[in-house]
Design a protein around this ligand. Structure first.
Ligand SMILES: [Zn+2]
Length: 563
């Protein structure tokens, strides 16, 4: 009877091709897995021979993926998981295609008339009085926001809230304003006034949103359910590990940690999450910087195979596309006034230094050269005072950083992660906003590669959709969406470079490269499964490469809806 209950110890996956991302053995066609880890990589007959000579028998051969191409499971260095849960709880009125968690894409609404027609359709479908929440509206692509009078044509008897794709700007109807007690006589901070002195329906940043909180409270319930509902997006792109790049931004770091620990403990959820605690919430929540450092270290103890804390997430400048960040000489090419740092850079500098000293790496939002310089200066000073070669400080987005700065980054061991999809979605806007030279040199991936700086790229949803292959394609092609202009042809990198950035390099930046990021002995059996070979297809088709799903810890995890 005993043999009946004997479990298969080793599973050997066969594939058409395995791109290991391990230069010592770049290609294979079979990979043996035991205990969720990689036991051997090579050719099928060879692996069978060696497994038979070992205590790792019995084995079985898994042929489901025999016509597929395997990569290490993709590692997303900068996404927002909880914020995407909130985004997807709304109705898309977007101008670019957003993926559905159940497979396929939501329709696009290219003009304001299309958006209003869609909102009217939703008004007819929703129960009376319920909040109508529209998301991912892009005022840059439409050429303007939504006026209160326009939203009143949709409904004057239910609250309407439409958010832009980055949650920095919102539009509401008069019913919402009335319910929140906002009128010409009472205009709180963050609520915009029209020329007539009345609120025009535009709300700016969190302050504006706070002013209507009582009317939209239903938005913030059920967060765990909302987060769970979007998780299939990751397998659909081939990701097995993702960073939540502002952990706690929806309210509480401890709350988010507990929610992730609960959610990811379920075996059916096949994803690893690295939470990057958001200092803006973390320090007030803990009570002080020192208590935040204590809280961070205590939380590290709770790490599991599927959830752990990563670097602390910081923020310096704003957004180029919204003209809120300082570009430096000669300023905005379209004549817009120079922006300001959104946070006090000196304060962020001292935070980086203190966290460094405490042995905690940092990841800082820096769009511009000026903001990046604060990170470089902080790390230089931190390393001079307290040399810690184990730190992996990183700067994220990095549009206008220069070659001189990247040389310093290399010397200091500072890594960068580029917002590559913005070349595609907003490259044409950058030409107008920044002028020809700066626009062609944005997101200098080629320079980082030539200098040997550790670089990756990201989509940063809700900033752009969770479609990692568009990020890869943008790094390789640098083509803009509307005009097809190639921005900075010499900043393009090869498909192989992009694949390394999405796997082993992203793992390195998160200090996880001993466990994931390549297909080699001892690492976790996490694979991205493709229906085509990214090194063989026309590189122009890279953004649409068909993804079958993933293998997670040795278990098959096909994407929902199939492709
Ligand atoms: Zn982000």
């Amino acid at each position: 009877m005993e043999e009946l209950f004997m479990t298969v110890q080793t599973k050997i996956f066969t594939a058409k091709k395995i791109l290991t991302m391990c230069p010592e053995q770049p290609f294979a066609t079979a990979v043996a897995v035991k205990d969720g880890r990689i036991l051997a990589v090579g050719e099928l007959n060879d692996l069978i021979y060696w497994v038979k000579q070992s205590p790792f028998t019995p084995y079985e051969v898994e042929t489901t993926l025999q016509n597929k191409v395997l990569l290490p499971g993709l590692v997303d260095p900068h996404t927002h998981v909880e914020a995407q849960g909130l985004l997807y709880s709304g109705h898309f009125v977007a101008q670019i295609p957003w993926p559905r968690p159940e497979g396929g894409f939501y329709p696009v609404y290219p003009t304001k008339a299309d958006v209003l027609a869609r909102l009217k359709e939703l008004d007819r479908e929703l129960p009376p009085g319920q909040l109508l929440y529209g998301v991912a509206y892009d005022e840059n692509k439409i050429g303007g926001g939504l006026h209160v009078d326009e939203l009143n044509t949709v409904s004057t008897t239910r609250p309407i809230l439409v958010s832009n794709l980055v949650f920095h700007r919102f539009w509401v109807n008069s019913f919402t304003l009335q319910k929140a007690g906002i009128s010409a006589d009472n205009i709180p901070a963050g609520v915009e006034k029209g020329p007539d002195g009345k609120p025009n329906g535009t709300l700016i940043e969190a302050k504006g949103l706070m002013s209507i909180l009582a009317v939209i409270a239903e938005l913030f319930g059920d967060q765990e359910k909302k987060t769970s509902s979007i998780l299939p997006l990751f397998a659909a792109g081939g990701n097995t590990t993702v960073c939540d790049a502002a952990l706690g931004s929806l309210g509480s770091i401890r709350g988010s940690i507990n929610s992730y620990l609960g959610m990811l403990a379920k075996p059916e959820i096949k994803l690893r999450v690295v939470g990057l605690p958001w200092w803006r919430v973390g320090i007030p929540e803990a009570g002080s910087l020192e208590k935040f450092i204590e809280m961070y270290k205590e939380s590290m103890v709770q790490s599991t195979d599927k959830f752990r804390l990563g670097a602390v997430k910081l923020y310096i400048d704003g957004s180029i596309i919204s003209h809120t960040t300082p570009l430096g000489w000669p300023g905005y090419w379209d004549g817009s006034p120079e922006g300001h740092m959104q946070e006090n850079p000196e304060e962020i500098k001292s935070l980086i230094m203190r966290l460094h000293e405490a042995g905690i790496s940092t990841i800082t939002h820096t769009n511009t050269a000026a903001a990046f310089q604060f990170v470089l200066d902080a790390v230089k000073e931190a390393q001079t005072r307290c040399y810690r070669p184990d730190m992996r400080h990183r700067a994220d987005h990095c549009y206008t950083i220069t070659e001189a700065q990247l040389r310093t980054a290399k010397e200091l061991g500072v890594a960068v992660s580029f917002f590559s999809t913005q070349i595609y979605y907003y490259g044409d806007a950058h030409l107008k906003i920044q002028g020809p030279n700066r626009a062609h040199q944005i997101t200098p991936i080629g320079t980082a590669k030539r200098l040997g700086v550790s670089w990756t790229f990201h989509n940063d949803p809700p900033g752009s959709p969770q479609l990692p292959w568009i990020g890869a394609w943008a790094a390789v092609q640098r083509k803009t969406m509307e005009s097809g202009t190639v921005l900075g042809p010499n900043q393009r990198v090869s498909v192989e470079d992009a694949l390394r950035a999405m796997t082993i390099e992203a793992a390195y930046q998160l200090q996880l490269n001993r466990e994931i990021g390549s297909i080699e002995l001892g690492k976790k059996a996490d694979f991205c499964v493709l229906d085509a070979d990214p090194l063989e297809i026309d590189p122009l088709e890279l953004k649409d490469i068909p993804v079958w799903g993933t293998v997670f810890g040795g278990e098959l995890n096909p994407a929902k809806g199939g492709k």
